[in-house]
Design a binder for this molecule. Structure first.
Ligand SMILES: Cc1cc2nc3c(=O)[nH]c(=O)nc-3n(C[C@H](O)[C@H](O)[C@H](O)COP(=O)(O)O)c2cc1C
Length: 327
């Protein structure tokens, strides 16, 4: 703790001590070593690469955590082009998990992350429960990796291609398999494309998740009326950006009320006030995704805005804001 006693405050202005706010949050309180973040602002998977691409743009180590691109056992080329389409207030993507694969990630990215102060969480994706378990096992104990985020919005090949996360049983099965295979803290990332997200969240919590993040993209599509064909090469894609924020906020509110685990809110967060809404709804941390495509510095702007809000409102600890709108 810094000693401020020698600093003379300017009359009429807040002292440095008064301006200092505690932004730290704990995402795995049930574990001995925990997953402690200096602040609640994270990047959303697939929108911030491996972090390395952004390190020349701003001090990325100021963030609470970085979540890297979805990682699979083998490298993937992704879906056919076009893979992005803008919509009013949103973005449709059908990237299809293009990534370098887990071996290259361990060899090329983890050593860089190991030299950073900011925790890096690896987002994992699979086609079978066994894929997830093997990924978790491979990543266990690797220097530079502080946790796993399990993307259960992927098609379950053995169950006809429905997303693992639409069903409480398959969501729990993946969670339990990952937990068994790793000693790392595990966040499970829920899909909004399910009828009862609170039920899925409860199943995932019971299966041992340390925290829950939500939401992934909402399923959507667009049609090119001149070509008379779907705009995306993959026909459908995932909708993200400001357009999904009210849906995401509602789901975060619902899930935070259903489970006794830290919740990480995501979906359309562009400004600090968006982030504060999610925190007030019950999120312990938030992720910034699509906003970074128009303003690469968006995660840091959000963090600075949260800090300014707290200072302005005389809030000393972010914990005072978490869930405050729940009454
Ligand atoms: C281009 C793109 C790629 C994404 N890739 C992944 C991914 O690999 N794994 C994952 O769990 N979510 C992925 N997402 C979903 C985001 O992490 C996030 O959940 C979603 O976009 C909603 O947040 P936002 O509106 O702030 O972008 C991707 C989103 C976009 C736009």
């Amino acid at each position: 703790m810094t000693d401020f006693s020698s600093i003379t405050p300017v009359p009429g202005q807040a002292s440095l001590e008064e301006l200092l706010v505690n932004l730290s949050v704990e995402l795995a309180p049930g574990r001995r070593e925990g997953l402690s973040l200096a602040n609640p602002v994270m990047t959303a998977s697939g929108t911030f690469g491996y972090g390395t691409e952004y390190s020349h743009l701003f001090d990325i180590e100021k963030l609470g955590a970085i979540v890297c691109k979805g990682t699979t056992l083998e490298p993937r080329e992704g879906n056919p082009q076009p893979r992005l389409a803008e919509t009013p207030g949103g973005l449709l993507n059908s990237i299809g998990l293009q990534n370098i694969g887990v071996d290259a990630l361990i060899k090329e990215k983890a050593p860089i992350w190991a030299s950073w102060h900011v925790p890096v969480i690896v987002n994992i994706a699979g086609e079978t429960v066994d894929d997830y378990a093997r990924l978790a096992e491979r990543l266990d104990g690797i220097d530079g990796i502080s946790g796993l985020e399990v993307n259960i919005s992927c098609p379950n090949i053995k169950a006809g291609g429905a997303e693992f996360g639409v069903n409480a049983d398959s969501a729990a099965e993946v969670t339990a398999a990952v937990k068994k295979a790793t000693s790392l803290p595990v966040l499970v990332k829920l899909t909004p494309n399910t009828g009862d997200i609170a039920r899925v969240a409860l199943a995932v919590a019971e299966a041992g998740a340390d925290a829950i993040s939500l939401i992934n993209t909402l399923r959507g599509m667009a049609i090119d009326i001149t070509r008379r064909r779907p705009l995306l090469g993959n026909i459908y894609g995932g909708l993200s950006g400001p357009a999904i924020k009210p849906v995401a906020l509602h789901m975060v509110y619902e899930v935070a009320g259903a489970v006794d685990l830290p919740v990480v809110g995501c979906g359309g967060i562009t400004t600090a006030s968006d982030a504060i809404e999610f925190i007030m709804a019950g999120a312990s941390a938030i992720q910034v995704g699509t906003a970074g495509f128009t303003n690469p510095r968006a995660p840091l702007d959000v963090l600075e805005g949260i800090e300014q809000f707290m200072t302005r409102e005389g809030i000393k600890d972010i914990g005072e804001l978490i869930g405050v709108a729940r009454g």
